[in-house]
Design a protein around this ligand. Structure first.
Ligand code: RAM
Length: 344
């Protein structure tokens, strides 16, 4: 695919449209093209929690996320969730959305087993359930995956390996122990680590996407493992907390920190050398794609069957893959050379 020089992805060689979609912020060209979509649908966007800037970008009108797509399609879009990234906090928001007559729910699952009875009941009532970011495979019609789960797990390990000469104790600062996305990525990290016999995963700790908890568990790691060489945090909240903890003369440059972060939150730590490289995709495009998928399914414009194709406005055409999953694109590596070109 040819990319215009003005395109934010122009300096990287990107092989497919899907890869571009993961990162690019392409101007809205034809948001109203989907004429077969119903209008006025009540669509609730339910991230793991509110107050996490990753989800604010994924969901908001301002960033061009899910609510922007819903607005352009003529739907009634609402973002709702609890303040903590826990099922106890998220579930009441899902239940309230159902009571308010939702036609579609777009959910990033904090805990599939806790949410599935409610999401299943919603589907039985004819409500479209699409998951994004973190899946609940047993109780949704379609999952919008930000990037290949294997690619994220593998690349996180290889990024860290390249910084620590593939040697030493490492730890993972995850989010919720119950989150599908975190556990799936960690599963692939463990597989990839088999290729690095001198790197030893000594601990996995959980910050629950709460800045205070993530800070505390990272501090705990540093005191428990004085020889720790690297941290992978596959959560935007966790990597920010880990970078803040490591950003001291004692640890900076001695403990490598990588993972999944937002460029805006990580700029300071990349500039001062605490973090050399980390990854993400464009969260706004993830939300935008999920909104098109939910509206299309709720409108019966297409189904979630493998091989179905649909158009997601400015992002172009997507094809449903295995497990009723649609892939946004490839993860992108941010470093000192490129980070200042991004604002999200
Ligand atoms: C956090 C959440 C989210 C994850 C991102 C990378 O904001 O845990 O689920 O996808 O990080």
């Amino acid at each position: 695919m040819k990319i215009s020089p003005k395109h934010p992805g122009a300096w990287v060689s990107i092989a497919s449209c899907a890869a571009v979609a993961a990162l690019a912020a392409v101007p809205v060209a034809n948001a109203s093209a989907a004429t077969t979509y119903k209008k006025g649908l009540k669509v609730f966007v339910i991230p793991k929690n509110l107050g996490n800037s990753y989800f604010t970008t994924a969901d908001s009108v301002k960033s061009g996320g899910a609510l922007a797509a819903l607005k352009a399609l003529g739907e009634s879009g609402t973002e709702t969730s609890g303040t903590a990234a826990t099922p106890a906090s998220q579930l009441p928001a899902i239940q309230a959305a159902i009571s308010k007559g939702a036609n579609a729910l777009i959910v990033s699952a904090t805990d599939p087993s806790a949410l599935c009875p409610t999401l299943d009941a919603a589907m039985k009532k004819g409500i479209t359930v699409v998951t994004y970011d973190s899946d609940a495979p047993a109780c949704r019609s379609m999952f919008i995956n930000q990037a290949s789960t294997a690619a994220i797990g593998e690349s996180e390990v290889s990024l860290l390996a390249s910084e620590i000469h593939s040697t030493g104790q490492i730890a993972i600062v995850s989010a919720e122990a119950s989150a599908t996305n975190q556990n799936a990525w960690i599963g692939y990290m463990k597989l990839e680590l088999k290729k690095y016999p001198k790197m030893k995963l000594v601990s996995i700790v959980y910050g629950n996407d709460d800045p205070t908890t993530a800070t505390q568990v990272t501090q705990g790691l540093l005191s428990q493992y004085p020889h720790l060489k690297g941290i992978i945090s596959p959560t935007t909240v966790g990597i920010l907390a880990a970078a803040q903890v490591v950003d001291t003369p004692q640890y900076r440059g001695k403990i490598a920190v990588t993972g999944l972060g937002t460029p805006d939150e990580m700029k300071k730590y990349v500039a001062d050398g605490t973090v050399k490289a980390f990854e993400l995709w464009n969260p706004a495009n993830l939300g935008y794609l999920a909104a098109y998928a939910a509206v299309g399914l709720a409108s019966h414009a297409f189904t979630a069957a493998k091989g179905q194709t649909f158009s997601a406005g400015k992002l172009g055409k997507f094809t449903v893959g295995a497990d009723h999953t649609v892939l946004l694109g490839a993860p992108y590596v941010f470093n000192k050379a490129n980070i200042n070109r991004f604002n999200f």
